[in-house]
Design a protein around this ligand. Structure first.
Ligand code: G
Ligand code: G
Ligand code: MN
Ligand code: NA
Length: 253
């Protein structure tokens, strides 16, 4: 077998499932959104991490068709949560390969219309994990998404992939501070100062800030104190299936 063949079968047989991880308001700790994270439940291998199969999907171009399934799935789920009375939002990760496809924005617009969602209930998270060769096409798609009214989020900010020039290119609504920065925030004064300065910069540019990878109460307190708007991490919840996410929504104070 090849991983590629297995992935073709996986798409045909719907072996994928969307998990959601809560994103909470830093002040109230209430769930305001869920980040959709794909899981591959292989009949023999069990759950396969996206880190193992997203690159293969990108190289083969299969990410485009799976990506459409993800967009549709997130929109449908969001509309179900809205119908149940939960006014939450959803984030989804978009591979740069999907952003090279010129009809991506049209597909997103179509799904938003089909499920009668407010466009700003959807946030598209972008990380440049592959080299951007056709920057113009990429940025045109980002612009088209912005024009629809969805929020654009720059993911993994503070890692090698996500740097200051990306803020100028993408002009995101939201900056997601990578967990590598958050993990040193209590022990390393430099990390703390860099984070504080980044939050100030983001706010001056009218961006909202999400701190990723919150694992401890101390990290929660420190990121909230520094002015992060939203928080996400194992401290609140790991990514969970829809049923569990709905349970978390139902049982929050
Ligand atoms: O959820 P987990 O930590 O296993 O995710 C590992 C990596 O896979 C992360 O970088 C995450 O952004 C990426 N990933 C998860 N779900 C998706 C998805 O639906 N689409 C894309 N493009 N990447 C995803
Ligand atoms: O690249 P991206 O930020 O989309 O990746 C999100 C991934 O990070 C999720 O797949 C999730 O499994 C992982 N993650 C989420 N919260 C935490 C956390 O608190 N600690 C660690 N180590 N990983 C996390
Ligand atoms: Mn993400
Ligand atoms: Na990230």
């Amino acid at each position: 077998f090849t991983l590629r063949q297995e992935l073709v079968t996986a798409i045909e047989q719907s072996q994928f499932e969307l998990y959601y991880q809560p994103i909470v308001c830093a002040k109230t700790e209430h769930i305001v959104a869920g980040e959709a994270l794909i899981r591959w439940i292989h009949p023999v291998w069990g759950t396969v991490s996206p880190q193992e199969f997203i690159p293969a999907l990108e190289e083969s171009g299969l990410i485009v068709s799976l990506g459409e399934w993800i967009i549709a799935g997130v929109c449908e789920q969001l509309s179900q949560w809205h119908q149940a009375g939960y006014g939450i939002k959803a984030s989804l990760n978009m591979s740069p390969v999907q952003l090279f496809s010129e009809d991506l924005a049209m597909i997103v617009a179509q799904k938003i219309a089909q499920y009668q969602l407010p466009a700003d209930a959807l946030t598209i998270e972008i990380t440049e994990t592959v080299a951007i060769t056709q920057k113009k096409v990429f940025l045109n798609t980002v612009e088209a998404l912005r024009a629809i009214g969805v929020n654009i989020s720059l993911d993994d900010f503070g890692t090698g992939y996500s740097s200051f020039s990306k803020i100028l290119d993408i002009k995101p609504h939201v900056l997601k501070l990578d967990r590598s920065m958050i993990s040193h925030i209590e022990t390393d004064a430099t990390s703390r100062e860099v984070t504080a300065a980044l939050i100030q910069l983001a706010h001056r540019l009218n961006m909202l800030v999400v701190a990723e990878g919150i694992e401890t109460l101390e990290q929660l307190r420190e990121t909230a104190r520094l002015g992060c708007d939203y928080l996400q991490g194992y401290y609140f919840s790991k990514p969970v299936p829809v049923k569990e996410f709905s349970y978390l929504l139902l049982h929050q104070g």
